[in-house]
Design a protein around this ligand. Structure first.
Ligand SMILES: Cc1cc2nc3c(=O)[nH]c(=O)nc-3n(C[C@H](O)[C@H](O)[C@H](O)COP(=O)(O)OP(=O)(O)OC[C@H]3O[C@@H](n4cnc5c(N)ncnc54)[C@H](O)[C@@H]3O)c2cc1C
Length: 406
C-alpha cells in the first residue's frame, strides 16, 4: 500500500529510556498490529510493544474470507493480504459422502504467523515497534504509564491492550474475565498431502459431521503456501479418549468419524505436527477505566468453529482507530466517559453479540438432538442441497428469485 510519509511521523522509540507517544499498543498480534497501521497512517505517534520478536507458529485463524475480506478491504490492506495468502474461491461442501453445495467467494489460506507478520510489516517503521514485555501499567484521566522488562518506560495519552486471551496486565488493573462457556470447543490443525504430492481434486472442501454423537461440527480443507491445511472443529469433552486418538492416529480417526470423506480425499497422509486447542468463551468485566481500552481476544474470546474472531477484531480496529481515537485525541483528557463511547459503539456491540450467537448456533446445530434442532438440522442441509441442484439445472435462477423476494 502507498504510505504518505508526510503524515506518518515515527518516534525515536528504540534508544530513549522514556518513550512518549499519543497511543501505546500492547500486543502485536493481528489486532494490535492492524491498529498500529491504521493510527500511523492517520499521522499519530504510536508505539507498539510485543514480547516476541517473531510471531510464533501458534494455531489460530488460518483462512480469511467473506466479511473478513470486506473489512480488510475497508481498512485498505487487501493488497497486503493478497501478497501473502494462498487464494481459493470454490469450496465443495459435503456431508455423509454427498455433495451439499458449492460455495463461491474469494478466500485466502495462510498460517497465523504469516498473517501477523504481514500485519506487523504494514507501514513498517522499526523505531515505533519495541520487542519487550510490558510488566506494569498505570492509567489515569490524563497520561498513561507502561513499565517494560528492559527498564524502559512508555508514556502515552491512550493505551490499547491487544494482549490476546490471557492477560495478567489487564488483571493487574482489576479487569477480570467472566467465563461464558468453559471448554466450549476443541479444534485441530494439521496439513495433509497425497503420497505422490499430486493435487487434490478440489480447491477447498468442507465436510460436516455425520452423527451428532461424534460432536464433529466440520472439517475444513483449504490451500496454504506449503500444502493443504485441515481445521477440524468439534464440540466434545476435551478429555474424551478420541482427542488423544485424533492427535496420535489422525488419519484413521478422522476417517472413522467421517467415512464419507474417503472418496473425496483418496490416498493421503497427515504431514508434520498436529496442533490442538481447547477454547473457553469469556468476556472481560471491570474494563471501563480511564486511559485504557481492550480490543480483539483481550476483550472477548470466540468459538473457532464460528469463524468470527477476525471479523470481531477487525470491527474493533475499524471503530476504535478510524472513529473514536481521532475524536478522543482532539480534546484534553482520556477519562472513562471517552472510553465508554467505544464499548457502547453499536457496530462493536453487534459484532460481539453475533460472535456469541454464532458460537451457540454452531454448538446446537452440531450436538442438539431434541426434535426442534433435529428438524432444523435436516432442513438446513436439505435447503442447501435443493438450492444447489436447482442452480445446476437452471443456473442463476435461485439468485434471481432471491433478489426478487428481497
Ligand atoms: C485454534 C483456533 C482457531 C481459530 N480459528 C479461527 C477462524 O477460523 N476464524 C476466525 O475468525 N478466528 C479464528 N480464531 C480466533 C482468532 O485467531 C483470534 O481472534 C485472533 O488471532 C486474536 O488476535 P489478537 O491480536 O486479539 O490476539 P493474539 O494474536 O493472541 O495477540 C496477542 C499478542 O500480545 C502479546 N502480549 C501479550 N501480553 C504481552 C505483554 N505483557 N507484553 C508484550 N506483549 C504481550 C503476545 O505476545 C501476542 O503477540 C481461532 C482461534 C484459535 C485459538
Amino acid at each position: 500500500m502507498i504510505v504518505d510519509e508526510s503524515i506518518a511521523r515515527p518516534i525515536a522509540a528504540s534508544e530513549a529510556h522514556t518513550i512518549e507517544a499519543d497511543v501505546a499498543i500492547v500486543g502485536a498480534g493481528l489486532a494490535g498490529s492492524l491498529a498500529r497501521a491504521v493510527l500511523v497512517r492517520a499521522g499519530y505517534r504510536v508505539v507498539l510493544i510485543d514480547k516476541r520478536t517473531v510471531p510464533p507458529d501458534e494455531f489460530r485463524v488460518e483462512k480469511i474470507g467473506g466479511r473478513q475480506l470486506d473489512l480488510i478491504r475497508q481498512l485498505g490492506f487487501i493488497n497486503d493480504l493478497e501478497a501473502v495468502g494462498a487464494p481459493y474461491n470454490r469450496v465443495l461442501n459435503i456431508r455423509d459422502g454427498k455433495v451439499v453445495d458449492i460455495s463461491v467467494g474469494q478466500a485466502f489460506g495462510l498460517s497465523y504467523a504469516s498473517l501477523v507478520g504481514m500485519a506487523r510489516g504494514l507501514l513498517s517503521d522499526p523505531t515505533s515497534f519495541l520487542i519487550d514485555q510490558v510488566t506494569g501499567i498505570s492509567c489515569s484521566d490524563d497520561r498513561q504509564q507502561l513499565e517494560l522488562a528492559s527498564g524502559k518506560r512508555v508514556t502515552s495519552r491512550l493505551v490499547i491492550l491487544a494482549t490476546g486471551m490471557a492477560s495478567p496486565l489487564a488483571y493487574s488493573l482489576g479487569i477480570k474475565r467472566r467465563m461464558l462457556a468453559e471448554r466450549h470447543s476443541v479444534s485441530f490443525g494439521f496439513t495433509i498431502a497425497r503420497p505422490d504430492n499430486a493435487p487434490f481434486e478440489f480447491d477447498a472442501l468442507t465436510a460436516y459431521g455425520e452423527r451428532t454423537a461424534d460432536g464433529v461440527d466440520y472439517l475444513s480443507l483449504f490451500p496454504i503456501a506449503d500444502g493443504m491445511r485441515a481445521n477440524l472443529f468439534m464440540f466434545r469433552d476435551p478429555t474424551d479418549p478420541i482427542m488423544r486418538e485424533l492427535r496420535r492416529d489422525t488419519k484413521r480417526t478422522l476417517l472413522r468419524l467421517m467415512p464419507g470423506l474417503q472418496r473425496y480425499l483418496g490416498d493421503f497422509d497427515v504431514v508434520g505436527q498436529v496442533q490442538s486447542w481447547v477454547m473457553d468463551l469469556s468476556v472481560v468485566e471491570g474494563h471501563l477505566q480511564p486511559g485504557v481500552v481492550l480490543i480483539g481476544d483481550a476483550f472477548q474470546t470466540n468459538c473457532p468453529a464460528a469463524g468470527t474472531g477476525v471479523s470481531r477484531l477487525l470491527v474493533d480496529v475499524e471503530r476504535l482507530c478510524t472513529d473514536h481515537v481521532p475524536r478522543w485525541l482532539e480534546t484534553e483528557g482520556m477519562g472513562a466517559d471517552k472510553i465508554a463511547q467505544f464499548y457502547s459503539d453499536q457496530g462493536k456491540l453487534a459484532a460481539d453479540r453475533h460472535s456469541l450467537d454464532m458460537a451457540r448456533f454452531r454448538q446446537a446445530l452440531t450436538l442438539n438432538n431434541d426434535a426442534r434442532w433435529s428438524a432444523r438440522r435436516k432442513l438446513h442441509f436439505l435447503r442447501r442441497m435443493i438450492t444447489h441442484r436447482v442452480d445446476r439445472i437452471h443456473p442463476g435462477w435461485v439468485t434471481r428469485v432471491r433478489g426478487a423476494l428481497r
